[in-house]
Ligand binder design. Structure first.
Ligand code: ADP
Ligand code: ASP
Ligand code: MG
Length: 439
């Protein structure tokens, strides 16, 4: 059996956590490939190494050196190496890293050094071989992961190798430079390695015992999801459940490699199993819904026009305005004579919103346009849930009883989720209300 394990920032935050990681790996000889993040927060007030590295980059761009912020990096890594009692010339390694960061003048290169150093130190600590992600992970000319090329590279580079530590979060750009994924991207690295080595299981270790039905910062006693399908997970993580990067399922999905979210600080807990549809097994008492997640700060543009459905090209002309401004559409709920376009508010700053409204007016001459700002989108996810009679009724009754006004409803055609729009100020209350109604 082959297991790929990824350990997140809290698992690598200090020597105590790192010893726990070592024990987890040593307790199971199937754990042959290990992907690590940069040291994260040791407590609520702490700063992640990755954030400090981005500050180093800004300092370099401003002053040509990173004396102020790199001293924090130095302190953290030297502390870890000394607390672990490692015989490693970390001072020289850090000197070289600082020099390279100043020479490179690249935010991605700076940020990647957290994972690089973390993997180097951990490999030495556990006696595994260090293999750099730069030799395996490739992006294409558009900046997207080149999965076929990467997959071949992983197979070749790791062929015949076992007991390996690989830094997460980065790979090589089309131009041959270090390039990172978006934040939280070590989850994707783990998934890529799992695919490449044909793992039986991808274990993703973090600081919670699995995927909870909703964000524990909103419902502190939220239950753990025992089992979830890839598709449900994609919906939840895309909608803001930050446990796993929303793109991390793609590399393993086709190969049907299950992901197990586990807790470094309580490794005996079963955690959450993420499985393909056909491997999902129902158990008596499984809840109707799988999870709830949400994101704040959206703008809904509601366009009304009588008989718009019989006007050929109406939707295309609305969308061409959106496209012309380079905006990503989050949702597009439509009704008879109405079409709503939901866009993240961030994209509409600096007068873009009024330009968009004016252009839509010119393009399709609507009867009426309304804009609702400060909207949160909340997804209630569960496969087959919408086919079960009464689910939507229960959802909306509970919200009405709690006095929450629903500004938008979108029931995806996947029948996997119901997405609603509520005022930002009702965000937490809505999640709590849905949780109480179903769990
Ligand atoms: P790591 O550094 O290990 O990758 P992350 O911080 O990326 O960990 O993800 C774990 C965190 O995600 C948890 O500490 C928790 O605060 C947060 N979180 C948000 N939504 C959920 C959820 N539905 N279930 C569990 N944790 C969640
Ligand atoms: N260290 C990176 C971040 O903080 C990547 C990761 O932890 O997955 O986003
Ligand atoms: Mg993470």
């Amino acid at each position: 059996m082959i297991k790929v394990c990824k350990f997140g920032g809290t698992s690598m935050a200090d020597a105590n956590a790192i010893r726990k990681v070592r024990d987890i790996i040593n307790s199971d000889c199937d754990r042959k490939y290990v992907v690590v993040s940069a040291p994260g927060k040791r407590n609520k007030e702490d700063i992640k190494i990755t954030d400090t590295l981005y500050s180093c980059y800004s300092e370099i761009m401003e002053k040509g050196n990173c004396n102020k912020y790199f001293s924090l990096i130095r302190e953290r890594f030297m502390g870890i190496v000394s607390d672990l009692g490692l015989d490693l010339d970390i001072n020289t390694i850090l000197d070289n890293t600082e020099k390279e960061m100043i020479e490179n003048r690249s935010a991605d290169f700076c940020a990647s050094r957290g994972e690089y150093l973390s993997a180097l130190i951990f490999a030495r600590f556990i006696g595994f071989e260090f293999v750099d992600a730069i030799d395996m992970i490739r992006f294409d000319s558009e900046g997207r992961l080149n999965i076929d090329y990467t997959d071949d590279k992983v197979k070749n580079v790791l062929k015949g190798k076992e007991n390996v530590v690989i830094p997460g979060f980065y790979g090589k750009s089309y131009e041959g430079k270090v390039k990172t994924f978006s934040r939280g991207g070590s989850d994707i690295t783990g998934s890529i390695i799992a695919r490449g080595v044909k793992a039986d299981l991808y274990e993703n270790f973090t600081d919670v015992s699995g995927f909870l039905v909703c964000d524990p910062r909103i419902v502190p006693m939220a239950k753990t999801i025992r089992q979830i399908t890839y598709k449900e997970l994609r919906e939840l993580s895309y909608m803001g459940a930050s446990v796993l990067h929303s793109e991390a399922i793609f590399p393993v999905m086709k190969k049907k490699i299950p992901i197990n979210i586990k807790n470094t600080f309580s490794p005996q807990d079963e955690g959450t199993m993420i499985v393909p549809n056909d491997k999902y097994n129902y158990r008596e008492g499984d809840p109707i819904i799988t999870g709830i997640a949400g994101k704040k700060d959206f703008t809904v543009i509601i366009i009304e026009k009588s008989m718009m459905n019989s006007e050929v090209g109406f939707i295309r002309r609305v969308l061409s305005v959106i496209e012309h401004h380079g905006l990503c559409v989050e949702h597009l709920p439509s009704g008879i004579d109405t079409l709503s376009v939901v866009v993240s508010s961030e994209q509409l700053r600096n007068g873009i919103l009024s330009d968009v409204i004016n252009e839509i007016r010119e393009n399709v001459s609507p009867d009426y346009i309304q804009v609702i700002e400060n909207i949160s989108l909340i997804a209630t996810v569960g496969h087959g849930m919408t086919r079960r009679p009464g689910t939507a009724g229960k959802l909306f009754t509970s919200l009405a009883e709690a006095g929450i006004n629903v500004a938008m409803i979108d029931q995806g055609s996947s029948e996997l989720n119901i997405i609603i729009g509520v005022a930002n100020s009702d965000y937490e209350k809505t999640i709590k209300t849905i949780y109480k109604a179903f769990i």
